[in-house]
Design a binder for this molecule. Structure first.
Ligand code: ADP
Ligand code: ADP
Length: 243
């Protein structure tokens, strides 16, 4: 069974159509790249999958179940943004622990309150600390646990953002141009790291980019989008060799 199914999915902002009648499957454990020029609706697709924006019409199914109205936290997806979106007042350790602590305080969405209890929870929860340590090791962040985001390099910040996404062991990873703020050398290195992560966690990834090299080197399958419509679907080889 495909892990995600889009059936005639459409999205408009006001009266402007952005995604038109999108139909496709995301298979279990595939690295699907949504490739297309800026503004073609790639981020909108990810936001619909994550539940961060409403679907205008059509159906979105996870493992055969309709999730159109399921709230974001119930979807068990992880979202990595290009701009990292780390909490500047928290350490690396606290940033990574944040999703686990949110799970313990369901409904406590007030960050100032949460921040003051955060340290106590961390101090009293060896299981949370152990899980944070485990993902920090996977992303080579062990030495940086007490640092704040502003003291880190771009690559280190993006690693923290990936670690934070990983910590809840999501069934689906959504990555929105995660490497576009990095310099060329780091981008190449992080491409390899994200591919390695994909092989290691063995879950489905949906990765949005306008960069053909990223798509060709990382994807198991590529959907080429243009103006909110599917232009091509295939493996990197099929896309590359098509006329
Ligand atoms: P991409 O990720 O491919 O760059 P987006 O999904 O971000 O494309 O945006 C697709 C189009 O929708 C763009 O024209 C963008 O300006 C527009 N758009 C995105 N979000 C909103 C919004 N919240 N309200 C109105 N228009 C939006
Ligand atoms: P990115 O290029 O990183 O995908 P977006 O263009 O999607 O970023 O924009 C980031 C934020 O701005 C999103 O929350 C999106 O909903 C909003 N946004 C984008 N375009 C518009 C728009 N034309 N009108 C209103 N909001 C927009």
């Amino acid at each position: 069974m495909p892990s995600i199914t889009f059936k005639n999915l459409s999205k408009s902002y006001g009266s402007t159509p952005i995604i038109r009648e999108f139909t496709a499957d995301i298979d279990d454990k595939e690295f699907l790249v949504l490739l297309g020029p800026s503004g073609c609706g790639k981020s909108t697709m990810l936001r619909m999958i994550a539940g961060l924006t409403d679907i205008t019409s059509g159906e979105l199914l996870f493992d055969g179940e309709l999730v159109n109205t399921l709230e974001p936290r119930a979807r068990n997806v992880a979202f990595v943004f290009q701009s990292y979106a780390l909490y500047p007042h928290m350490t690396v350790q606290e940033n990574i622990a944040f999703p686990l602590i949110m799970d313990r305080f369901k409904g406590w969405y007030h960050i100032p309150i949460l921040n003051s209890i955060m340290r106590r929870v961390l101090a009293n929860s060896p299981d949370v600390r152990d899980r944070v340590t485990e993902v920090a090791e996977m992303l080579e962040l062990r030495e940086l646990m007490k640092r704040r985001p502003k003291t880190l390099s771009g690559g280190q910040r993006q690693r923290v953002a990936v670690a934070r996404a990983l910590v809840r062991d999501p069934s689906l990873y959504l990555l929105d141009e995660p490497l576009s703020n990095l310099d060329a050398k780091l981008r190449t290195q992080m491409r390899g790291e994200i591919s390695a992560l994909f092989r290691r966690v063995s879950k489905s990834f949906v990765y949005v980019t306008h960069d053909q090299v990223e798509a060709m080197t990382m994807a198991t399958r590529i959907i080429v989008l243009n103006h909110g419509e599917v232009q091509q679907i295939g493996t990197p080889n099929e896309i590359y060799n098509s006329p």
